[in-house]
Design a protein around this ligand. Sequence first.
Ligand SMILES: NC(=O)c1ccc[n+]([C@@H]2O[C@H](COP(=O)([O-])OP(=O)(O)OC[C@H]3O[C@@H](n4cnc5c(N)ncnc54)[C@H](O)[C@@H]3O)[C@@H](O)[C@H]2O)c1
Length: 371
Amino acid sequence: MGVVGGDVSDPVRVGIVGCGAISGAYLKFSREFPILQIEACSDVDQDKARQRALEFEVPRVCSVDEVCHDPSIEIVLNLTVPRAHAEISLGAMAAGKHVYSEKPLAVSIEEGNEILTATRQKSLRVGCAPDTFMGAGFQTARKLIDDGAIGRPVAFTAFMMCPGHEHWHPNPQFFYESGGGPMFDMGPYYLTALLNFFGPIKRIGGAASIAISERTTLTGAKISVQTPDHVCGTIEFQSGVVGTIITSFATRFPQYETAQPITIYGSEGTLKVPDPNHFDGMVHIRRKDDSEFQVVPSPFHTGYGRSVGLAEMAYAIRAGRPHRAGAEQALAVLEAMEGFLESSKTGRAIEPQSSYERPQPMPHEPLWLSE
Ligand SMILES: NC(=O)c1ccc[n+]([C@@H]2O[C@H](COP(=O)([O-])OP(=O)(O)OC[C@H]3O[C@@H](n4cnc5c(N)ncnc54)[C@H](O)[C@@H]3O)[C@@H](O)[C@H]2O)c1
């Protein structure tokens, strides 16, 4: 990764809650941003907190409560499992902290609304993963759509189809609980990208199933699947774009291009969009007179990793402007994900109730130079 710059004389101090698998990525990439100072690690399992603190030279290991009540800490970084997200985020806000949470924002719309209410009542920030939409691939695709490069956007397809995370994750139970499943786990990457492309959602429909009801972990333990492991949805955006999303933990040998799992069809051409679980990756375009797809060079910074959303929120706090990976966006994602499951049960279309506005595009230069 590149050399960082920027004169940030007043870094934002961050305390981590949840030192499992994904915490390593945050601890690694947060070093890129001089605005971030990771001050403390905590976890219900103190050994995990100690291990991460040692590995990344974090000054302190604390209890969750100590992190939330430490006056030097401004942002609590919530990297716990989905079912704990709302409790930890609300607890941190009750103690006066801004929060940046891993996805999903919460496991129900009620919890999500509680978080939104708390941010407004307490004038605190909540940011939420994914932040991959800030990467060069998605910003490039969004710019092409906004510039009219494919004419009027008409349709999209978005696919994430795999056999399930128990094949690699050391502790995969939560992927098969309520608040897990392929839509709650992987849907946020796709839905956040789609919201950034097309704006607010008008209506959605869904169909879902539990296709493989028992899973075996790497250690041979059995998991009983509690939530649909195969979820299909249709989305109608207010802009008129209509498309399909399929997320599955029950399928093998995908037949779409896994490096470009989203396709956007417009009246004048088609875009192939990179994997929204990553930041960069190539965008291809074919306009109506082209004989084949061509790579689109990106004017945006490449090389961001997990923590750019956190850093962008920290810069926004210091600058007093809105941050991009906002709670409203995460709530719009949550409403869509829950809507697919609800529609699958009732057979009815769902109209989201929350309001959503696309965040500003990212600057072309790295954040640490533009802030
Ligand atoms: N693993 C990945 O590749 C990955 C990628 C992107 C996002 N995420 C997201 O990150 C979050 C964490 O995933 P993970 O893979 O790191 O899970 P994990 O199980 O490896 O780690 C979660 C950690 O949170 C701790 N924890 C759970 N409840 C807690 C509580 N109430 N208080 C304090 N600590 C608590 C656990 O002890 C554990 O160490 C999830 O929301 C997941 O969707 C994971």
